[in-house]
Design a protein around this ligand. Structure first.
Ligand code: PBG
Length: 331
């Protein structure tokens, strides 16, 4: 049976030539959509490749500054920093997180000094600093303490803001921390420091390579299901976003990315605020594995995922492909 509209309607007409496809394309990716996550390690002149993330390395502060310069050159507006804390600085209470001279703060200060035009986003959570690999403090029974954890997160956000962070991004999933961090930032004079809330962060199997990168995989006892969200839930993501926005989040994030594009779309439709997605380490590793196996072309796969994020409603994407994608877009 032919449709009544055919042949008056032929949807292939607008697809028939590159100029026409360019005219009717609905979504676009530009370097300004990208946030580039980078791992910092101690030392000088160090590039330390991460085995489970081919093509991604930990860099010492001096070389992180070089990466920030690359971001500037490529038109990537913002980088996100994560530390690999030496084992001897990890503790049950993760107190290294609030040390104003820690690796994160040194990296933030060095970048803002050398490349002030590039935005610096910092993760607020304790897992790179705790000896047990959890994002928060534990009680005697091993449960994550919500409010006591927030007390430390507030201090962590403050040392990061004082070092020059432009966006603090709580990724811990404690209740009420966004409002408390906002109040502390205001009281300390950081009126323009933004909060990007990891609002809908799921307890995901896609974070494995990241935990290698920050050195917490082997340390983690149990899982994060009492604070990160159940992958089964979407309504709850909307409540998380509503709560973080009410508490003063400037922007919100959905994480992981590609398996959760339905959440991105629902958040965007409901709230009309800037929504970001984090294409996490396991998603990156999956594409790398596919490319290495000859199952797909890395660059094409990466670019298509970027377009998918934009189409779903993202203002931007945190992705380990940021540099590569920006290079491809510039060619
Ligand atoms: C830490 C944090 C994680 C990621 C970002 N911040 C890991 C986790 O929650 O266990 C994951 C990023 C990635 O996998 O690329 N709170």
């Amino acid at each position: 049976m032919t449709s009544a509209a055919f042949p008056a309607l032929r949807l292939r007409r607008t697809r028939s030539a590159p100029w026409s496809r360019a005219l009717v394309s609905e979504a676009a990716v530009t370097p300004s959509d990208l946030i580039w996550p980078l791992f910092v390690t101690e030392g000088k002149g160090i590039e330390d490749p991460i085995a489970s993330m081919p093509g991604v390395s930990r860099w010492s502060v001096d070389l992180i500054v070089e990466r920030a310069k690359e971001a500037r050159t490529l038109g990537i507006p913002c980088i996100a920093l994560f530390p690999n804390t030496p084992a001897e600085r990890r503790s049950d209470d993760g107190r290294e997180a609030v040390n104003p001279d820690n690796l994160m703060c040194s990296a933030i200060a060095a970048i803002k000094d050398a490349v002030p035009e590039v935005g610096v986003l910092t993760d607020v959570a304790l897992d790179p600093y705790t000896s047990h690999g959890h994002d928060g403090l534990l009680d005697a029974k091993g449960r994550i303490l919500n409010d006591a954890t927030s007390d430390v997160l507030i201090e962590q956000a403050l040392v990061q803001a004082r070092a020059g962070a432009d966006i603090v991004a709580p990724s811990d999933m404690m209740d009420g921390r966004v409002g408390r961090i906002r109040a502390a930032l205001e009281a300390d004079g950081h009126h323009d420091v933004q909060i990007m809330a990891y609002a809908a962060k799921y307890a995901s199997a896609f974070y494995g390579p990241f935990r290698d990168a920050v050195g917490s995989r082997g340390l983690l006892k149990g899982d994060k299901r009492t604070y990160q969200m159940d992958p089964a839930n979407a309504e709850e993501a909307l409540r998380e976003v509503a709560m973080d926005l009410a508490e003063g989040a400037d922007t919100v994030m959905v994480k992981p990315g590609l398996p959760y594009l339905d959440i991105v779309r629902r958040v965007k439709d409901r709230f009309q605020v800037p929504v970001f997605a984090y294409q996490v380490s396991g998603e990156y590793a999956m594409i790398e594995a596919a490319a290495a196996a000859g199952a797909g072309d890395r660059d094409a796969l990466a670019l298509e995922t970027m377009l998918a994020f934009k189409r779903a409603g993202c203002s931007g994407v945190l992705t380990y492909y940021a540099k590569r994608v920006a290079e491809l877009l510039g060619d």
